[in-house]
Write a protein that binds this ligand. Sequence first.
Ligand code: F6R
Length: 640
Amino acid sequence: MARLNLLEETRFEKVAVTVYPDQNVASIHVANRIVSIIKEKQAKGEFAVLGLATGATPVKVYKELIRQHKEEGLSFKNVITFNLDEYYPMQPTSEQSYVTFMNKNLFDHIDIPKENINIPDGTIALADVQAYCEAYENKISSYGGLDIQILGIGRTGHIGFNEPGSAPNSGTRLVTLDDLTRRDAAKGFGGKSNVPTKAITMGVGTIFKAKDIILMAWGESKANIVKKAVEGEISADIPATYLQLSNNAEFILDEGAASALTRFDLPWLADDVEWTPELTKKAVVWLSLKLDKAILKLTDEDYNNNGMAKLVTEEGSAYSINIRVFNQLQQTITGWPGGKPGVDDSRRPERAEPASKNVILFSPHPDDDVISMGGTFIRLADQGHNVHVAYQTSGNNAVWDDDARRFLEFAQDITNELGVDSNKIKDLYNEANAYFDVKKPNQIDPEIIRKVKAYIRKGEAIAGARLVGLPDSNIHFQDLPFYDRARLNKEVSFEDDIQQTMELIREVKPQQIFAAGDFHDPNGTHKVCFDIILEAVLRLRETEEWAKECWLWLYRGAWYEYPIHEIEMAVPLAPQEVKRKRMAIFKHQSQKDLPVWPGDDPREFWVRAEDRTSETAALYHKLGLAEYEAIEAFVKWKFD
Ligand code: F6R
């Protein structure tokens, strides 16, 4: 039975929550809970009945179960499993089926008898689905119900595939998937249009009957939905809120997924806190935005009414806190991202000297540079710094087949025109066409096609960087080997990538590096790209003096900007700079209109970029600072 935490700091939480430092530790804990049920039942000569989930979330739990089977002799002979759901229609042999997922991630590696495995059947005729679902439900009951059910949570708040609107007493049934759920699944299916629109899922009522329910969530991208599920009102709009009604449910989170809970995000509302300068800044920004009042207008009363009375008592008055935080924010703003030469720089984000800096902007994909920090990129170049850009991966994965075909046609025409022997191009064109005609969703392209796609992106990136004003000699294509290796499922070592990156840094000897600091998706390309840069810089700092003078600035490459209180350098853009940035983004034609991986945001990249920077500018203005057209934001990496 789950225990609702009764500490003061958890008073906003309506279901039991346990937070672990990371998903590895948390997954081992969940695996051990499952193992103890299996062993307990073994001792009694009974079946352990497990409710299992698919998706990214439980993968490490399964890994640990496999490890215990292989290394510690854990047996699954007495285990019966029921999976939550399956797409409909779906062939079990399909790459995307949950049958394939479960085999790959668990069943193929343990000694569970095949007949003990139950996964909803995506091949049942529509007319028979209802009877099938009833039988599935009855089969669970016939084993005495689920001893434990593990769950992930979708960003719609679904558990299983119980999407918004599901009833608390719903049983196993055929459901229609939410658009957001299908978009989230698009990557695995090679495009949203390939994702089935329906699924068979256990109902909320089915899940509820389990003796123990564990909902796991990892990473910041789940933080908002977790907060709603844990602290929000119970509502059909967010089916996971139904778990608040169960005494058997527990949320197991890593720090990222827990980060929006009040006790972590706004801890002064939950309990007494120690008012550090960082927390004070965060709280004052929050208070100002919440009350829609500029920082310098906040009163003692505003503080006292919003959980910040102790701060005012400690400081004496709101007035001095307001001025301090206002100045801190003011000092983040600079039109000189490479430092302003010849001025006192003690309160500026960057050093004044050397007046002309060597800079490397690392861009994980060929367009992150201009999308995420195009305005700053332009300023650095305009202000006379020696700016280099390094495209870390080829980005070939995100080019449509149509575009590859079009460029091969172009190459054919040119070779014909020149009367050059074009047979090889012709052959390649024909081979490519034959391949595209039979290509399966998500199939990994042969090397030559990947190269064609990479060249398309290379040309776009060069055009973008030239528009910013870089000489060709300062444009580098690293084509880091991990990128293709990871997708080809080959063993991934990052040593080559690190060496290559160290070489480039050594060549340029930068005083400034800009890197995409996206940490919310630990397996994502951006995070891997950042880890490679960090490791390269750390190694160089050990032996080379100049490397210690190199500052590492992070920009957010993905969709969201840094929260205001974390921003350490805010570079305002004038309207004409926003336009120039837009032109640079337009050079990435293969990513325009409809990118291969649109993520969960239907807006085109240039629109996302402009919305994000104008939103940051609007927030600064709301807080009572000057009004700008747009602001790009950066955070400085702390090496010590
Ligand atoms: C999976 C399932 C879903 C997932 C949820 C989270 O069987 O029913 O509810 O648990 O969509 O997916 P991931 O773990 O991929 O984030």
